[in-house]
Each structure stands twice: as structure tokens, then as C-alpha cells.
Design a protein around this ligand. Sequence first.
Ligand code: ZN
Length: 261
Amino acid sequence: MGLPASGTLQLSSWASFCNVGPMKQKNTEEKKAVVLLSGGLDSTTVLAIARDGGFACYCLSFRYGQRQAIELEKAKTSSDRWGAVEHLVLDIGLDRIGGSALTGSIEVPKGRTLEAMEQGVPQTYVPGRNTIFLAYAMAWAEVIGADDIFIGVNALDYSGYPDCRPEYIAAFEKMALLATRTGTEGKRDLRIHAPLMHSSKKEIIQRGIALGVDYGSTHSCYDPGPGGRACGQCDACLLRLKGFAEAGISDPLHYRAKEEK
Ligand code: ZN
């Protein structure tokens, strides 16, 4: 990412010395980055990675009609905790388009095996979501003068999502240069960082823990109950629990019991 190694060292050692995780001090020479922050496990880890890499982070979240809008509260907590310069929450009504278990009346699948999750594109796919999110991130990056966008997509655990693949990210990056004034004038590069692309959930959690991420302040469940409690049965919950189990770390989240609705 072309960042000084000293910045990384300084941040990490400060974090471990104080044992509080994130660093809140701002460095005026930090490069700006737009970080797509859903409030989930992956994007929160990406925010920590971007901060550890020395970026001044402009976090971008969306109220898009998702069932799990509780994640936006988590996003706010994490953007504060990690000293984001700004946290912008935009309203876009993807629920009016529907076509997804996350925004429509389609039931969120529960209790699926890993094999079943890997078959085709899941019901929780939201049509066009990452393209729409990245387009907003691209626009904001151009306005604030950021060359870097961070996104927490992952091609391993969610191989069924077409807009989480490396070829998709590479194509968007290329398109963004054609689509923006700064790109066509050759003044700027635009890099889309997807640092979790090839990581397992276990590796993502281990990396986040090392950086000081508080996973109790994240939300993954696609179908939360009252108070935002995770169901423990949807794909997102099952993959998260599997990741924590493989990492040998207990998930700080409280899950609701199976019989609870
Ligand atoms: Zn769940």
C-alpha cells in the first residue's frame, strides 16, 4: 500500500502497550481512504487494517432497507473507536427493489451445511449491492481526494456472491478510472483494497484480534431478533461461529437460543 513501515510499527506497538486496541491520534500526513463499513466482522477488521496501515479513514455505511439495520449502530461504534475522520451513512432504498432475503420478504435460510452454502448464489445476495456501494465510495473518494477504497469482500467463505470475487474488484477499479474526472485527467490512481479476499474467517478473526478489534462491537447475523441478538443459524452466524471455533477464541456476541424467536 506504499505506507511507511514505521507507521504500522508505531500503531501496533502503541496498541499492545496500552492494551486498548485502536489508536485515536490523528496524523496530519495520513493518506485518506474511504472504508466501506457495514458494522460486520469483515468490514470492521478492514477498518482496523486501514488504520494500522496509516490511513485517515472516511467510513461509509448504508441504510439500504436491510433486516439487520442494527449493524449500523455497530458501524458507528467502530468508526468512533478507530478514530475515523468521518462516518457517513447514506440512505438508499434497495428494499424497494427487493430480490433478496436481506431486504425483501424472502426467508433467510437457516441451518445450512457448508456444502449447501457453496451451491450457487445464496438468497441473501442483494442484487447490485457491492457495485452500488463501491460507486458511492468512488464518488466520495473523488470529492475528498482519496486514492484508496477499502472493502471487506471475501472470496472464500462467500464464494457464491458474484460481487465478492477478485476479477470483479479488478474490473471495478478499471471502470472507476474511466468514470471519474480525476481518473481521466490522470491526476489520480484509484486502488480498491480487498485485504480479506483470500482469508478464511479464522484468519480474519486472528488478524483482527492482533490489531485490537472488539468483535463484541460487530454484527453478522442476517436475521437478528429483538435487540439485535444474533440467530446463530443463518449462513453469516454459522460462518462466524465456525471462524471463532477454528481460531480457538470465544465469540463475544450473545446468540439467542434456538427456540427464541
Ligand atoms: Zn444469524
